[in-house]
Write a protein that binds this ligand. Structure first.
Ligand code: FAD
Length: 465
């Protein structure tokens, strides 16, 4: 028997359920990746960090395999066209993949499955991306949880009961280099319509393992440092989870082996990831709409000038500007900062959360529809188990609390770097003398605040009535 393993959000060979099942059931297994032209054609900026990450990761995977006399096939086009073509050409019996839970992926997989079945080629999809799928953790009424804490409790109880094992694969079952002759030319980024860029992330399986090793020394302090955005206290593994260079099972096992107060809190974050995936599957309307029905008619304001200033880090609120500038430069933002800028967009600028959600979706290297949507709706108070609408983050207070010396602001807003700790969070309150000696003219070197927080906060509360 010959099979294809179609890699998508699981760019690794280790602990890959589809690959492991394929190796159990067949003698000749071909790993395959398709750069999906349906998705890529919609990306406007052809210097895309995600495409770069995938591309470099695939090259690393290919090199690893080639060193062992094996290979991976990398194609470009519409999966529903390319996959049946190659499957028929290679005369395979079955295709194995790991489930992808987003709406587009369901439609795509359904179409590929139908085409393959028309040629008597079987299609198998496995749970791999999560520990528990959307219907595995339900409440006593067999309904999905809508509050995180009881969901987490039920999740952990189930995790204790089930022994979650990592999957093995056998390298000798993979197609040899020679047997792919004629099929396997290497695609360049230009071939798929993109330009190469420099990434500030470690790519591939090796990069994921390096990140995990770096984090091992920080895990036990995670509960104390996870909100301190000037300190690297979180794992920075989100991009690796997004593209599956590490498996979710490996991460839970890592947390168990290094058990501490910090690891319990970190595990809870990984469970938030599963919670939001469950919410997206069970309530697919959240992709377009507020989770809470009573929020559907909120009259968000429309102010393109404010939105531009938010995007470009020119609001006159140092913590917002520093966070947005870091984001624009790197494609990543710390969780606490994501919360602060999302709260600011919705509760200070009174703009529709979907505008910010879309900007994040276009630019986050770790963009994940369910976590991004869940995070935005949490901050906008429109979501499931969200921040209550009357709790509005004060940007300066958040900044003082989590980075008292303003180190993060100094890094990304260099025009403020000479201001002393007392004024850096709110330069508008700084005496003229202090601003002059810090060489910072408000309105010239650095913008004046575009809104007044206290006034906007009251307006935001009115939006919810
Ligand atoms: P760590 O603190 O080390 O956490 C470990 C892992 O747990 C993360 O890599 C991530 O997979 C998961 N995780 C952590 N926090 C959350 C959370 N609140 N919700 C869901 N999963 C979580 N995360 C994404 O992966 N993709 C997104 O598109 C995304 N968009 C967000 C948008 C907003 C407005 C907000 C508030 C949060 C968003 N998050 C998103 C969640 C979170 O900010 C990131 O996962 C985290 O900052 C990644 O950094 P890390 O890997 O160092 O996290």
């Amino acid at each position: 028997r010959k099979t294809i393993v179609w890699l998508r959000r699981d760019l690794r060979l280790e602990d890959n359920i589809a690959l492991s099942k394929a190796c159990e059931m067949s003698e000749n297994v071909l790993p395959l990746f398709v750069f999906d032209s349906n998705i890529l054609s919609k990306i406007k900026n052809k210097e895309d960090r995600r495409v770069q990450f995938i591309y470099e990761t695939l090259l690393q995977l290919k090199e690893d395999l080639n060193n062992k006399g094996k290979d991976i096939l990398i194609l470009y086009g519409k999966p529903e066209v390319e996959i049946p073509k190659i499957a028929i050409n290679l005369n395979v019996d079955a295709l194995f993949c790991n489930k992808d839970y987003e709406n587009y992926a369901y439609t795509r997989d359904h179409s590929v499955k139908k085409q393959l079945q028309a040629h008597n080629i079987q299609f198998f999809a496995f749970k791999d991306q999560v520990i528990f799928e959307e219907k595995e953790i339900l409440n006593k009424q067999a309904q999905p949880y809508q509050v995180f804490t009881p969901y987490k409790r039920a999740w952990l109880a189930m995790y204790q009961r089930e022994k979650i094992k990592e999957a093995k694969y056998k390298i000798d079952k993979l197609f040899s280099l020679q047997s792919l002759n004629g099929f396997n030319s290497t695609l360049s980024l230009t071939d798929i319509g993109f330009k190469a860029i420099h990434l500030q992330f470690k790519i591939g399986r090796a990069g994921g393992i390096e990140c995990l090793q770096n984090f091992a020394t920080k895990l036990s302090h995670y509960h104390e440092t996870r909100d301190l955005f000037a300190v690297e206290g979180t794992s920075r593994l989100s991009v690796h989870l997004r593209f599956g260079t590490l498996s979710i099972r490996e991460l839970f096992h890592f947390a168990e082996k290094n058990h501490s107060q910090g690891s319990d809190i970190w595990q809870a974050e990984l469970i938030w990831r599963e919670f939001y995936k469950m919410i997206l599957c069970q309530f697919p309307y959240v992709e377009e709409q507020c989770f809470k029905q009573q929020c559907v008619n909120i009259q968000w304001h429309d102010n393109p000038e404010y939105f531009e200033k938010w995007k470009n880090g020119m609001t006159g609120f140092p913590i917002i500007d520093a966070a947005m500038r870091q984001f624009n430069q790197t494609g990543w933002m710390h969780n606490r900062l994501r919360m602060i800028v999302a709260s600011f967009l919705t509760k200070d600028l009174l703009l529709d959360y979907r505008k910010g959600e879309e900007y994040f979706a276009d630019n986050l290297i770790d963009f994940d529809l369910s976590s991004n949507n869940g995070g935005w709706q949490w901050c906008a108070s429109t979501g499931c188990d969200a921040q209550p609408y009357f709790r509005v983050f004060n940007p300066a207070a958040q900044s003082k609390k989590f980075d008292p010396s303003g180190a993060f602001i100094r890094k990304y807003c260099p025009e403020l770097k000479l201001l002393d700790d007392r004024y850096i969070h709110e330069p508008i309150n700084s005496p003229e003398k202090v601003l002059t000696s810090a060489q910072c003219r408000l309105g010239i070197d650095y913008p004046k605040p575009i809104v007044q927080h206290d006034i906007q906060r009251l307006k935001a509360m009115n939006l919810f009535h």
